[in-house]
Design a protein around this ligand. Sequence first.
Ligand code: PLP
Length: 437
Amino acid sequence: EYIKYLRELDKKHYLHPTSSIRQQQENGPAFIFTDGEGVYLKDISGKTLIDGMSSLWNVNVGHGREELGQVALEQMKKLGYSSSFATFSHEPAILLAAKIAEMTPGDLNAIFYTSGGSESNDTAFKIVRHYWNLKGQPEKKKIISRKRGYHGVAMGATSATGIPVFHAMSGGLLPDFLHVDAFSTQSLRDMIEAEGADTIAAFIAEPIQGAGGVHIPQDPHYFQRVREICDEYNILFIADEVITGFGRTGKMFAMEHWGVVPDLMSIAKGITSGYAQLGGVVISEKIHSELINLSKDTFFHGFTYSGHPVACAVALRNIEIIESENLVENSRVMGQEMLKGFQWLQQEIDIVGEVRGLGLVGAIEIVKDKATGERFESPLSPKIVAEAANRGLICRCVTFEGSDTLVFAPPLVINKEEINKMIHILHETFVATQVKN
Ligand code: PLP
């Protein structure tokens, strides 16, 4: 009765993010989660599921970490909130800034705090425009991003996102946002030449495209070439490590796979493993020192919750957990196990096409014909996701623009037994789906 009551309240009063509103109205929520432990989530009806997505690619240290609650409680008791505008500061934000500077590659050395990834990217766009403005080149303001890229839902972030379904509801994109083919350095170069480098502020890319379907650069030199092109044309390079940061790909930050240091790095999600809302833009020493040297006026950008003390305290402890439990290495090793599992499914199951993964982020393509890669007329992956959830595994599908893809990003604490369980559930799910189809 209580569950029914909650479902009715949900239908009546809760407009869900990224949801089918009509379906939500008809069916109510499929799951109301109440508890989490490690890689598992528990639903109000008592059902247990493997969280194969770390919820929204963010619960890196897994669920049920009491110590993060303890840290939040202690910080709230000591100082629940105070401003960090202008001349004010506080310990958790200072110590976390120093920690992030130490962890991030190259000369990425200073952080501007936000409450999430979208705010981080909008902030990055404003910082790069401000930077060129200070340097006397205000016409350098275009932002180039990539098709299929996802950068969030604030207006700047939406405009940089290269997935058309996200554009529809914003009534048009902001001016001066351009999209190039992902993974083609030639089309990046062509666009810069066509537009004129003196009109372009920055290029932004996710190291691995996440929401776009987990697309990993095939060319190991792709990001090195990107870095070279940006340097050649005097364009800043923003790496959006919102998903890939904090161990997701088997390195602390994904750019380390290719030895590339961006000028700015957007982070969020794994910085607190979702236990508190926090993001940031990490900027290079070069940009930071230019801002210091050239600024004559106030830096007019700041959120009430920039550097929230509780979120920063949680982040510090979360990073300690990632380091002390060797979760980056576990991500690398368990990622290989997950990929092996996908490859086994590829051999066993007719509708499993290409599989890919790097660390604990991966994808399975659903195809009608393995040889040609032909797709089903209407995507099968939503049915597979629903069927897998019934069998105790949460994963996600990507179906826009002809995709029919399952994506995975389990918590970095996952062990071999739990990976095997994931693969086993997927196998059962595929068999059941093939029979039905
Ligand atoms: N950038 C990337 C690569 C993301 O995957 C996301 C969220 O999924 C965002 C930015 C936006 O972050 P948020 O949802 O915290 O605003």
